[in-house]
Design a protein around this ligand. Structure first.
Ligand code: COA
Length: 374
């Protein structure tokens, strides 16, 4: 039966788009479902990423007769194109495809044509959805399921992308420490760190829920300033932060975010979360019909944490601040009963972060690659 690729239109298509990864890859032992509502929100018009002049997207499904067999998102993040002087780049993401070169080619030909019609000639991805989210396909570590904020993809995808003629644009790693009890947070504090901690005006504190928005903005301000030179980075706008932070209000664990302040000004932050994927798996990837109460009840029992990001004020880097924050977070994680720590991706060019991750016993979990057309 012949294959057709069509844009997603209507509820039935959208449902097929959201369900496709589980249908294709659900039998793989490392497959874990994300939260359906999360992706729906991210793709909806409510996401400021898609506001007029900032970005655009089209969801595509490949059909064989009445059966959806593959999916891809074609999207543009215009702030990224502008910041990096790459008006020719169009992203793809949400890739799910069987081990069929012709199906992948049909999907990516469609995404390419969609971008070309809008003046963009180079396809790059996967991006789910921007550089501050999940990027890349997994190229090693397929046997390890993704934790929250990590991606997992089927083992055949790198080969299919290469057969299609794409080349690797960037590589990254996710890391994991299986057993936090072997990490001695006190020994992470050397003379540099101890000197900081006796400095007048230096304080460590956890996230304050009574000033949720102010703390969220303090954290993302540090993220925006410190990540500025990282590959592909685009600062997050206030409305993007608000959009992403809104659902987090219910789930942030204050003790898993630590600020280091200098005379009341945040100069370093580490933001960790429980591994919500464990909860999503129990709920079958849907909030409905059990809702937030069930989610919150299950999430208290999660013993795995995921580092979302760590950032130090650019004027104070290489002075030992990150180690202080990480040591404090390890102490808090253990105190709250967490036994393992994962991290979101770290680019291969980010030697400092890789070094610190290794110093807390984290080891490579997945290798990731972002591909692009030539
Ligand atoms: C990564 C980051 C948080 C580090 O913060 P920091 O306060 O400068 O880090 P520290 O001074 O505590 O420690 C840096 C470590 O990297 C080491 N390091 C510095 N440059 C390095 C290099 N080029 N290669 C390898 N290691 C390096 C330092 O020796 C130090 O290790 P040590 O503590 O064992 O001596 C900071 O650079 C940052 O905010 N970067 C941008 C955001 C980012 O990439 N965050 C991490 C990904 S989530």
């Amino acid at each position: 039966m012949s294959l057709t690729v069509r844009p997603v239109r209507g509820r039935r298509d959208l449902d097929a788009f959201l369900s496709l990864p589980a249908r294709l890859d659900g039998a793989h032992p490392a497959f874990r479902t994300g939260l359906r509502e999360d992706l729906l929100d991210a793709l909806s018009d409510d996401n400021p990423l898609w506001a007029e002049g900032r970005g655009e997207r089209e969801l595509f499904l490949a059909w064989r007769g009445e059966t959806p067999v593959a999916r891809v998102l074609a999207h543009a993040h215009l702030a990224s194109n502008l910041r990096h002087g790459e008006p020719e780049v169009g992203f793809f993401g949400c890739l799910a495809c069987p081990d069929e070169p012709a199906t992948l080619a049909a999907l990516l030909d469609t995404a390419t044509a969609w971008h070309r019609a809008r003046g963009r000639t180079r396809l790059r991805g996967p991006y789910d959805l921007t550089i501050t989210g999940c990027i890349g396909v997994v190229t090693a570590g397929f046997e390890r399921p993704a934790s929250f904020s990590q991606s997992w993809s089927a083992p055949h995808l790198p080969r299919l992308l290469e057969q299609y003629g794409m080349t690797v644009a960037y590589t990254a790693t996710t890391l994991r420490c299986d057993d936090l009890s072997i990490v001695d947070e006190q020994s992470m504090l050397g003379p540099k760190q101890r000197a900081w901690l006796t400095e007048p005006g230096v304080t460590l504190r956890t996230f304050r829920m009574d000033r949720f928005e102010a703390d969220m903005f303090a954290a993302t301000d540090l993220l925006n300033r410190s990540f500025s030179d990282n590959w592909g980075f685009v600062p997050m706008s206030e409305d993007e932060v608000r959009f992403i932070a809104a659902p987090m209000k219910r789930v942030v664990r204050p003790e898993l975010t630590v600020f280091l302040e200098l005379h009341g000004r945040a100069v370093g932050v580490g933001l960790f979360l429980p591994d919500f994927n464990e909860v999503f798996a129990r709920m079958g990837g849907r909030l409905w019909p059990l809702g937030w109460a069930t989610f919150l009840w299950h999430q208290r029992k999660v013993r795995a944490a995921v580092a979302q990001f760590i950032a130090t004020d650019p004027t104070l880097q290489d002075k030992g601040v990150m180690r202080i924050i990480v040591a404090e977070l390890v102490k808090n994680l253990k105190g709250a009963g967490f036994t393992s720590l994962d991290g979101t991706w770290i680019g291969d060019s980010n030697a400092k972060s890789l070094r610190t991750a290794e110093s807390v016993g984290m080891r490579e979990k997945h290798r990731l690659a972002v591909y692009q057309s030539t």
